[in-house]
Design a protein around this ligand. Structure first.
Ligand SMILES: Nc1ncnc2c1ncn2[C@@H]1O[C@H](COP(=O)(O)OP(=O)(O)O)[C@@H](O)[C@H]1O
Ligand SMILES: [Mg+2]
Length: 416
């Protein structure tokens, strides 16, 4: 028998047929994709280009501090600038552009190591990943930089991440490097989502790092529409997107935060859902499903971060709801909590600690606690759940709770 005759139908076949009908190039809707054009960021691009331009003549540009909420295009703009610099100086004779994401590498030595790794190309001069003290890395790196006799633009993205762990050491190192350099020059561009960030820096670093400041404002609905339309052109065929979809995605994210990443997520996930359903047009209804999915995923992510003790507290609240005790008090929750601890073999905390965990769940938005007056009997708290049944179902599947299959809270003493 010949090979092709033997080929059987795969369970994946139906997905393969559907693929690419709606989305031609899915990649373009991912937030990691860097588009050629960045609508509504001309002003910021122009300003940064003006500040950096001297580097093409080997003069040192001012340091820049960039602020803006998440999804306002800061990273995209800086990547774009990096590409344009490379176009202007392809052999990097006059300037080199170095980008570091401090969310990923967040210790001073990690950051210096990452910079060194990008700058030092000669194999025998590479800095080893471990074993070198910070001073030594700094010394080697500055020597190497100086030999190159040019300007280095170092972009530190998400600098507040590094700061949280390490204070301003790294900014001190990098902004003072010019004092020991004889030939080369270093300029720093710091990017942060946190507008209060500079208040945390020492005065000296603050004035050094913030020689120039640029703000990225959240996008409004119209701007988001332009951003989405640009991308959609390359991704969808004529007629595949209902005309209401882009305005709707834009409005939802503008109202929320003006975050372009979110707007793109709405569009990408809506198209995914349409594709999976086998629908031929992406509509507002798909965007609504996308929104639910995003919210669902976000809540699940939060629920995954809480400790087992908190999970048991939440379970106690859920079990009370299920047995129709909708007006439970802290005392009720605690009684159930003790019973559950008993069943699953966990050491119970005191009622006071449990009350603290309940407040935490409230702060995370998983439950809602309301203080109720009991007249003469003082005050108590009543709870409601802020999570939907799908999330509850998923939560209850946690291995921790397997012994609770047939459990019901014993009679409560709730005041009605
Ligand atoms: N003006 C713009 N035009 C096109 N895409 C944009 C624009 N601004 C942001 N984006 C896209 O939105 C997403 C988030 O942008 P990003 O630069 O990562 O935001 P930030 O760094 O400010 O959090 C990325 O996919 C980016 O390509
Ligand atoms: Mg960013």
């Amino acid at each position: 028998m010949r090979m092709e005759e033997k080929k059987e139908k795969s369970i994946f076949e139906k997905y393969m047929e559907k693929r690419n009908i709606l989305i031609k190039n899915r990649n373009i809707l991912q937030s990691s994709y860097i588009p050629e054009q960045l609508p509504h960021r001309d002003e910021q691009i122009k300003k940064i280009a003006e500040i950096l331009a001297p580097c093409l003549n080997r003069d040192k540009p001012s340091n820049i501090l960039i602020y803006g909420k998440t999804g306002t295009g800061k990273t995209a703009v800086l990547n774009y600038i990096g590409k344009e610099l490379k176009k202007a100086d392809p052999d990097e004779k006059n300037c080199s552009f170095i980008y570091v994401n401090c969310e990923v590498v967040d210790t001073p030595s990690g950051i210096l190591y990452n910079i060194s790794n990008q700058i030092i190309t000669e194999y025998n001069r590479k800095i080893p990943f471990t074993g070198w003290a910070l001073d030594k890395i700094y010394y080697e790196l500055s020597n190497y930089i100086d030999e190159k006799d040019k300007v280095f633009i170092i972009v530190l993205d998400e600098i507040d991440r590094s700061f949280k762990k390490n204070g301003d050491d790294i900014f001190y190192f990098l902004t003072t490097m010019n004092e020991i350099l004889k030939k080369s020059r270093v300029s720093i561009i710091g990017i942060t989502n946190n507008s209060k960030f500079t208040e945390l820096l020492s005065t000296k670093i603050k004035s050094r790092l913030g020689e120039e400041k640029i703000v990225f404002n959240p996008y409004n609905s119209i701007e988001l529409q332009d951003i989405l339309s640009d991308r959609a052109k390359c991704v969808f065929d004529e007629g595949v997107l209902d005309p209401a979809v882009i305005p709707y995605c834009a409005a939802l994210s503008a109202q929320d935060s003006g975050d372009a990443r979110k707007a793109l997520d709405f569009l990408r996930i809506a198209a995914d859902i349409a594709e999976r359903n086998g629908d031929s047009v992406v509509t507002e209804a798909h965007v609504n499903s996308a929104r639910e999915k995003i919210e669902f995923d976000a809540v699940i992510e939060v629920m995954n971060t809480i400790t087992n003790q908190s999970k048991v507290v939440l379970m106690s609240i859920i079990k009370n709801f299920e047995s129709n005790n909708k007006k439970m008090t802290t005392g009720d929750v605690y009684t159930t909590y003790r019973e559950i601890c008993d069943i699953i073999g966990m050491t119970p905390l005191t009622q006071r600690r449990v009350a603290g965990l309940i407040s935490e769940l409230d702060m995370l938005g998983i439950i809602h606690a309301q203080v109720k007056s009991l007249g003469r009997n003082g005050r108590t708290k009543e709870f409601s759940l802020n999570i939907n049944q799908d999330i509850i179902d998923k939560f209850m599947k946690n291995e921790l709770f397997q012994p609770l299959k047939n459990y019901k809270p014993s009679k409560q003493t709730t005041l009605m």
